[in-house]
Design a protein around this ligand. Sequence first.
Ligand SMILES: NC(=O)c1ccc[n+]([C@@H]2O[C@H](COP(=O)([O-])OP(=O)(O)OC[C@H]3O[C@@H](n4cnc5c(N)ncnc54)[C@H](O)[C@@H]3O)[C@@H](O)[C@H]2O)c1
Ligand SMILES: [Zn+2]
Length: 357
Amino acid sequence: MPSFRVETPGRCYSAIVERGAAGRVAEFLPPKRGKVFVISTEDVWRHQGALMAASLRDVPHELLHLPGGEEQKRLAHVEALAESMVERGGDRSSLVVAFGGGIVTDMAGFLAAIFMRGIPVIQVPTTLLAQVDASVGGKTGVNLQCGKNLVGAFHQPLAVLIDPALIETLPDREYRAGLWEIVKAGMIHEVELFHFLAEHSTDVLARHADAVDRIIADSVRMKCEVVSGDEREADRRRILNFGHTFGHALEAETAYRRFLHGEAVAFGMRAAIWLGERTGNVSAEDSVEMLEQIELYGPIPPLDGISAGNLLARLVHDKKTVRGKVHFVLPVRIGEVRIVTGIDEKVVLEAIRFALS
Ligand SMILES: NC(=O)c1ccc[n+]([C@@H]2O[C@H](COP(=O)([O-])OP(=O)(O)OC[C@H]3O[C@@H](n4cnc5c(N)ncnc54)[C@H](O)[C@@H]3O)[C@@H](O)[C@H]2O)c1
Ligand SMILES: [Zn+2]
């Protein structure tokens, strides 16, 4: 099964995509190390904890739980965990195993980034979204009252162990939300993945192992490649934000409660594809094919009652706005996008209206 390298100035490591990878954590622990802390949530542990416990059968470790949920992705919980780690003998030689969805990979990753000024973390993601996105690339952090992911650090893991079998217990809505990031990967960089998703939607939606393993591996390879070239999102990594400028506005407008992240990204990709065509960046044929793929993996939950004007206002304030300019990631053709600035707000508003319709 595939293993992909991430090479950043700070650290080089592997992301392994393999059924059974979650059972191999012990192999990836450095021989000289202090206490191992497994960080998870009660929900994840109920579904998949036995596997992690078996993986660390012969390794002394402590299990600590975070509360789940986006509204709990807060600094106070990171602080409380750090206190618990010290109470249990944690020190500079300790190591964190992050076992959960994107909430856990972000929070436990951040804890590892700042505990004793930085200790290693092994990421073992358990949701589809975390497997193809959050666990790879070293972005960690928590939310502030006034916005998402506003406090954080880049902290590359020691390894990422991606076990597609873990997502068998994932609720359907969470699985489908994760698929949108895979659809994104096809559209921005992976033509073959795009065509596979177009032709095999039944297998993908039914979670047939061969299809699931393949789409996860393709997405992880893409993410590893892009992150290796640009760890800190100075340039190339920005292509990963396809659908996210509009998507973040929708998430914020609905207080992060009504849509899952991937669902908001699907909405955002519709807007970006429309905008790409309207501004002459992508052909009508490619735009239709891409919109059809979004339909195929839909539906996006109902978007009624959302104001296009409010979304536009939020978009202008997105933290990815650089020096007052909104950067849009727009399609050029299937498998390729480019960054475009300086689009007339009226046209952007039309794109939002299209995506809401
Ligand atoms: N750092 C990054 O690069 C990056 C990228 C994308 C997203 N994120 C972050 O990821 C977070 C969202 O992550 P998420 O969508 O994984 O949400 P999540 O971590 O809340 O998990 C979703 C739900 O699935 C449950 N769950 C997890 N694994 C399960 C399993 N195997 N079986 C059954 N249930 C399981 C969880 O308990 C939770 O209820 C957001 O906070 C977002 O900001 C970070
Ligand atoms: Zn995303």
